[in-house]
Design a binder for this molecule. Sequence first.
Ligand code: ATP
Ligand code: MG
Length: 268
Amino acid sequence: MSIDLEQYLVKKEPYYEAVGNEIDLYEAAYSVRMPMMLKGPTGCGKSRFVEYMAWKLGKPLITVACNEDMTASDLVGRFLLDKDGTKWQDGPLTTAARMGALCYLDEVVEARQDTTVVIHPLTDHRRSLPLDKKGELVEAHPDFQLVISYNPGYQSLMKDLKQSTKQRFGGLDFDYPETDLEVSIVAKESGVDKAIAAKLVQIAHRARNLKGHGLDEGISTRLLVYAGQLIAKGIDPNAACSMTMITPLTDDVDMRDTLNAAVQTFLG
Ligand SMILES: Nc1ncnc2c1ncn2[C@@H]1O[C@H](COP(=O)(O)OP(=O)(O)OP(=O)(O)O)[C@@H](O)[C@H]1O
Ligand SMILES: [Mg+2]
C-alpha cells in the first residue's frame, strides 16, 4: 500500500521556545519509542511543541482532534461502499502506524473509553494494531510513536483516562511560560513590541489568579497572541483586549468588569 508521506511532513521549522528541558526529554522518549502524554491548560503550547518535535525528528505528523462522538472506526478505519463493492479505508491511527508517523491524539479524554482502548496494543510491547473487521494485524513501523494531549482541569470522574491507558505513557507537564519567555513569544508571534507584550502578559497574570475564583481557565498564551495581532494592526488596545482576552473567556458581568479594570490598569 502506498501512502503519501510528503503531505504529513512538517516542512518549515515551527517557532517553538523551549520552556525547560522538554525537547531533550522528548527526544530521549522517542529514541525508545515511548508513547507520550502532554498535559496542560488550553493555549499553552502543546500542539506547537508536537509540530516542532515532528520537524526536529524529521517524521510525518498525523493529528486527530478527539471528541465524544468519535468511534474506534474513526481511528482505525472502516469498509466503505463504492461502485465495485466494499473497500477498506485506513483510519488516521492505522495510517500513522503503517508509515511510521507521530500520531497526535489531541484532547484524548474527550473520546469514550471504549474508543481509547484501541490504542492499547500499539502502546505496549506488542506495537501492533488489530483491524478486527478486516482481519489484519498491522505491525507498527519502527518510527511510529503515539502522542496524546489533555487538559487536566477539564475531566470529571466520568471523563478521565483509565489507569491502564495512562500507565502506557511517559508524561510532560506544560503550563504558560514564565514571564520573560511569554513576553518574547507574544512579541514574536504577534508583531507587537516587547513593552506592549509585557503589558498583555501582566494582564494575563491577573486573570490567571482568578482561575477557580470565578474563571474556569486563565487567559492563554494563544489569546495574548490574538490581542497582540490586533494591536499590531492598529486596533485600540482596549478594544483588542476585550475582543480577545475578555469576551471569549466569560459571560459573567462582574468578572468582565474585573478583567476590564486589569486592562485599564496596564493599558489604559
Ligand atoms: N513555547 C512556545 N513557543 C512558541 N509559541 C508558543 C509557545 N507556547 C505557546 N505558544 C503560542 O501559543 C499558541 C497556542 O499554543 P498551542 O496551540 O500549541 O496550544 P495548546 O496547548 O495545544 O492548546 P489546546 O489545548 O487548546 O489545543 C501558539 O500558536 C503559539 O503562538
Ligand atoms: Mg492543541
